[in-house]
Design a protein around this ligand. Structure first.
Ligand SMILES: *[C@@H]1O[C@H](CO)[C@@H](O)[C@H](O)[C@H]1NC(C)=O
Ligand SMILES: *[C@@H]1O[C@H](CO)[C@@H](O)[C@H](O)[C@H]1NC(C)=O
Ligand SMILES: *[C@@H]1O[C@H](CO)[C@@H](O)[C@H](O)[C@H]1NC(C)=O
Length: 490
């Protein structure tokens, strides 16, 4: 498993290996539209389309289509706000001067590639519902790509993870095409283009890879953007509709989908765009990273507001609620009934959260927002801590061999979020692995030696291969500690 903290940002360069991997894609593309892609001719670019751009001509406005829902003034103001956001918040140092000089700047770190442009783009959507269709973003505002070469990347902020990338279609940013396709639909607002492929559908990844990055990338813009999704999953957009509607005007535009019919291929035109999403680490918003000044507390407030979650502090209750995330297929609590009984003896009201209950996110979020303790074995369900009120407790049960993952994915983020954090480390006898291997086997005796062999080796053993039977004498102490951390009625 790799750490999820982005490393120092560097200029986007296609490493040799990646270019090698992309050759088949490029080849298909060349066959499809002639040989222009390899020799973008800067002299043949079409005229600028953006109505407003900060980078050269300041306040000049151009007539725009009449079928737009916003007036020219509002539309111009939204684009101006967008470009201000790009130049003041998203782009830093070299990227900032690059953006003002070239109208586009692309940055790359360990997790994410992001291109931002203050000038017009056209996005060709794909009609086919095949997976991995390549979507093209044509730069038509005179942007200058570095080295005059097109850029291809997968707009999902987990590029170090081959499994996630396999589920994410590439996007090609095409500079200086002599003959970009004509607009079918002209939008007055800038676009933010990302993929709902990757690991979308797993709640940790939904929040970590998409919702937080979307908030980082668009939260400043007060919904004055349109979202464009590749690998579009309609049920995903439906599940998060109340959150997404706070980030963007109108529905998501589906650029490609292997899951649904997204209608005939269309060319959508925008005055400016961001391709890809900013990413700050596991369930994190880093106030000092770009766009600056966004804390994970800010994200939580945004999320709670979007879902109308009212509790802004943990309630003083005679009988506080513990929500128990109940896993079934792996890392299950084999003595769950006894654990529930113990929690009741201590004085908790127990709510059991089976996967089906969690899928109804909005009602489940409300339940979590009203509880004192969210408890469960290490796993995606613990991500529901984003709905806890400040001061509530996350209680994580750490399975055998998963100390590090428990700490970086949930332990540290919980504390960053202003929650109280309690951990129960199982002893080896409490894992079903203990029944399968002799006591001196490295799986029991030396988990690091297994973890060091890579996630493909450790996952089937520790993540998928064990259930837990907690020692109730010991676990009672942890539950009691969580209980005592909660405010009591005075
Ligand atoms: C937060 O961002 C700053 C600036 O990019 C960086 O120096 C720092 O290491 C980041 N902190 C974490 C915890 O990633
Ligand atoms: C796990 O992945 C590594 C490369 O990351 C590879 O060398 C190794 O053979 C793989 N092991 C298994 C059991 O698949
Ligand atoms: C459970 O934990 C207690 C306290 O640490 C210990 O004395 C007891 O032996 C444990 N029980 C089992 C079955 O391991």
């Amino acid at each position: 498993m790799a750490k999820g903290h982005p490393r120092a940002t560097r200029r986007l360069a296609l490493p040799g290996l990646m270019i090698f991997l992309l050759i088949p894609i490029l080849y298909t593309l060349i066959l499809r539209r002639g040989a222009h892609s390899l020799h973008p001719l800067k002299s043949q670019v079409s005229p600028r389309e953006s109505s407003l751009s900060l980078r050269s001509d300041g306040k000049s406005k151009k007539e725009r289509g009449s079928s737009l829902s916003l007036t020219v003034e509002e539309d111009g103001a939204a684009v101006e706000e967008f470009n201000k956001f790009l130049t003041h918040k998203l782009a830093r140092g070299e990227a900032q001067s690059e953006l003002s000089q070239n109208g586009i700047s692309c940055t790359s770190d360990r997790s994410s590639d992001v291109c931002i442009t203050s000038a017009a783009v056209r996005i060709a959507t794909s009609a086919s519902s095949s997976s991995h269709s390549l979507s093209a973003v044509y730069l038509v505002g005179n942007q200058q790509l570095p080295r005059n070469s097109d850029i291809i990347f997968r707009p999902y902020p987990r590029k170090f993870d081959p499994e996630a990338m396999q589920e994410t279609s590439p996007i090609q940013i095409v500079g200086g095409h002599p003959n970009p396709p004509p607009c079918d639909i002209t939008h007055p607002l800038p676009a933010v283009i990302f993929s709902t492929g990757g690991f979308a559908g797993n709640f940790f990844h939904d929040i970590n890879d998409l919702i937080i990055p979307l908030f980082l990338t668009t939260g400043h813009l007060r919904s004055r953007i349109r979202l464009v999704a590749t690998d579009f999953r309609p049920w995903w957009a439906h599940k998060y509709r109340r959150v997404l509607s706070r980030l963007a005007a109108d529905e998501i535009i589906a650029a490609s989908s292997a899951f649904a019919d997204v209608g005939p291929a269309k060319v959508h035109c925008f005055p400016a765009a961001i391709v890809g999403l900013k990413y700050h680490g596991n369930l994190a918003c880093n106030v000092s990273d770009a766009p600056s000044g966004i804390s994970v507390q800010k994200f939580r407030r945004f999320l709670h507001e979007a879902l109308s979650l009212k509790a802004d502090r943990v309630v003083r209750a005679e009988e506080p609620t513990v929500v128990l995330i109940s896993r079934r297929n792996s890392r299950a609590l084999l003595n769950e009934d006894e654990i529930i009984e113990t929690a009741r003896e201590i004085g908790f009201r127990v709510e059991i959260a089976a996967p089906k209950r969690m899928w109804k996110m909005e009602s489940f979020a409300e339940l979590v927002n009203g509880c004192g303790v969210l408890m469960g074995v290490h796993g995606a369900g613990l991500t529901n801590m984003v709905f806890l009120p400040p001061g509530a407790v996350l209680l994580q049960v750490v399975p055998w061999g998963l100390d590090w993952a428990s700490e970086v994915y949930y332990g540290q983020p919980a504390q960053q979020m202003g929650l109280q954090y309690v951990e129960y480390h199982i002893e080896v006898q409490e894992s079903t692995l203990y029944d399968k291997y002799p006591g001196d086997h490295p799986i029991l005796a030396d988990p690091w030696s297994i973890n060091n062999q890579g996630y493909n080796v450790s996952k089937p053993v520790y993540v998928d291969g064990q259930n837990l039977r907690l020692n109730l004498t010991r676990f009672r102490e942890t539950l009691l500690l969580a209980f005592q951390l909660l405010p009591r009625p005075s």
